[in-house]
Design a binder for this molecule. Sequence first.
Ligand SMILES: Nc1ncnc2c1ncn2[C@@H]1O[C@H](COP(=O)(O)OP(=O)(O)OP(=O)(O)O)[C@@H](O)[C@H]1O
Ligand SMILES: [Mg+2]
Length: 522
Amino acid sequence: MQDEPFTPVEATAAETAATSGKPDGPAEACRAPARQARRRYQALAREHGEEAALTHVEVRRRVLVVDDEPDMVDNCARILKRAGYQCLTATDPQRALALVEAERPDLMLTDLKMPGMDGMEVLRRAREMDPALPVIVITAFATIESAVAAIKDGAFDYLPKNFSVDQLRVAVERGLRQRELQLENRNLREQLQGTLGFENLIGRSPAMIRVFELVRKAARSDANILVLGESGTGKELIARAIHANSPRAAQAFVPVDCASLPEPLLESELFGHEKGAFTGAVKAKRGLIEVADRGTLFLDEIAELPLTLQAKLLRVLQERQLRHVGGTAQIDVDVRVVSATNRDLREAAAKGQFREELYYRVNVIAITLPPLRERAGDLKLLAHAFLKRYGGERVTGFEDAALGALEAYGWPGNVRELQNVVERACALADGDRVTRVDLPDYLLQGGAVRQTGGGAAPGAPLPSSDDLPLKDAKDRWMRVLEASYLRELLGRYGGNVSAAAKAAGIDRKTFHRLINKYQIRG
Ligand SMILES: Nc1ncnc2c1ncn2[C@@H]1O[C@H](COP(=O)(O)OP(=O)(O)OP(=O)(O)O)[C@@H](O)[C@H]1O
Ligand SMILES: [Mg+2]
């Protein structure tokens, strides 16, 4: 916006018309949600002051304004904020693209002429990151041709530089509506194709077919779901499938790893914070629960959530409202919670490590994923799917002996472990088939515990059972298996415990305890 100043035409008159409730054509329908948002903003501003209201209102609809001219950006931001939107601003195209990536705005408004990178380029790159992002370009009359070109390139609309307040609001509201429709359409199309969320889930065993059926039914409701299963059984994939098959599919799916952050950080990640709430809180930040508003919050490793945060989360689920760390305003949130754990949450609740009320809240429907060794027939299917993914055109099959070894193994790390083994084998294979030598030693040596059918597959040695009762023999086999799995994994990650623990899907402390138990050195 270098050549012409911004002149909002009849700002006051237009705003009065917009709030008077007088119908004035099709634009009126577009304006209604913005008006509701504005009312809510005004109520909040009266109660908590303008600053607080600005950070809390309309977290759902966020508009990014990009222009190298700060006055232009400020003016647009002011108008849009007053209309109830949350506004992100950038005077530099690179910063604008970073915001598109990090903040996922619902709409972008950009000038066409900027130093460094022109608006067309910003448009193209932003839509590469988010193909459903509606972009409105601002252009001088003299460059109307470029506006038309921008539309051809995927811009949703353009505004002349001397746009009125009303024109801006209507264009933004239409753009947002188009985004919603587009997301709904995509969702419907995928549902019609019957692939939604299930395309990545491989399994034809009766146990997995039962899981898929339950997912389909449970997804339709708004009930909170707890996904249970050993590490690597696909709990996160199932959580994503639940979201994708739910009425919330067009909204966000927000994963949170409850084990990955220390308590204070996790608290502010989940609940958000106000500016100055603690040292380092230089600006207010929305929490992930708010980001998941109207969508699905995926609480991974929920058993690791500290007790104090469990209490806070319980309150949010009961009251459907939350408060930022250091804040006073109550913010409405509507989230569906899907959680996952590989621990026995009921037992944790009985021991007082997990709040009982929260356990019942998050476990309205439980979906238990069977370990891979109990999914008859799925191993081959999965192995071939991973072969296709990692072997490409070069490695196209398994030698019988290699497949036999895979089938004979017990897979304590479940599907994730199988995926890693096949990826590694594809990288090592010399010819067009995976052979036994491409498989890790631990798998060929100690890995004969295949529990389906109750016995070991032929060809792979078992540690002697010494006439032990089955339970004790199993324990012995599992120890051998666990030790060789850990040793191999640690070797693969060059002795890096954090990386190996991550790949194993267990926390660092547990990994340490186990390698000490087996006296494994990195
Ligand atoms: N049924 C399946 N079909 C295809 N891929 C699968 C299936 N189940 C799991 N996977 C793959 O295995 C890996 C592990 O899955 P995921 O992360 O969902 O497991 P998890 O149960 O959440 O594990 P953890 O408890 O360790 O977090 C992922 O790469 C996932 O894509
Ligand atoms: Mg997981």
